[in-house]
Design a binder for this molecule. Structure first.
Ligand SMILES: [Zn+2]
Ligand SMILES: [Zn+2]
Length: 214
């Protein structure tokens, strides 16, 4: 039996139906109520944008995720066709009952400039642990390079390096990362802990590790 869309008279042999209406009329109705602007949180230091997974590199995929979170609370899917600083052309895939409709939309974008936590911490000299590398100079240098690479691959950073006569002191942003580094490389440094601050009634310690490389 051929059905007729009550709004536009299209027939079910020509158009897909979503509930009582043809998909074009349903898409148009959803599209009309769909927001047309979004505020994206953007880190001016590293150029990353904030999504539900934290700060990530800006590209079509991450922008689509960020927009879906803001515009439909991640209920819809958004494919970004192209974008610039001020707008994005997107295709929205929107669920309707157990079906879905899709429509194109132009979203105007406001980039809200901020500094992400990583960059804030870098600029404020944040650290959780200090490693004191001691011993023969070339071995100390090689170890400091290895540790820096390890830290950066895991999203941590070295906030300060001090070169001393006795060796090198490295200040690191993430003490869990550092413990993993020691485990991976079967290193057994001498550890000490100093109370750094009390946060929400909890004691926060800074770790110091003395690593002899002779
Ligand atoms: Zn229709
Ligand atoms: Zn940043």
């Amino acid at each position: 039996m051929i059905r007729y869309c009550p709004t536009c008279d299209r027939t079910s042999d020509k158009a897909r139906f979503v509930g009582e209406f043809c998909e074009f009329c349903v898409a148009e109705k959803v599209s009309r109520r769909f927001p047309t602007s979004a505020r994206i949180e953007y880190c001016k230091r590293c150029g990353r944008i904030r999504t539900s997974e934290g700060y990530v590199t800006l590209n079509r995929e991450s922008l689509g995720k960020a927009l879906a979170k803001i515009l439909c609370n991640s209920k819809c899917k958004i494919a970004v066709k192209k974008y610039d600083e001020a707008s994005a052309e997107v295709t929205v895939l929107y669920p309707v009952d157990s079906d879905h409709v899709s429509f194109d939309k132009k979203i105007s974008i406001k980039m809200a400039h901020q500094i992400c936590q990583d960059d804030y911490r870098k600029s404020s000299g944040y650290y959780e642990a200090v490693v004191q590398l001691r011993g023969e100079k070339t071995r100390v240098l090689a170890m400091s390079k290895k540790l820096r690479n390890f830290a950066e691959r895991r999203g941590a950073f070295v906030s300060k390096t001090e070169e001393l006569d006795a060796g090198i002191d490295m200040y690191l942003s993430d003490k869990l990362m550092l413990r993993t580094f020691f485990l991976y490389n079967r290193l057994k440094p001498k550890a000490s802990y100093t109370l750094f601050t009390v946060k929400n009634g909890r004691r926060v310690y800074r770790d110091t590790y003395l690593l002899k490389l002779d």
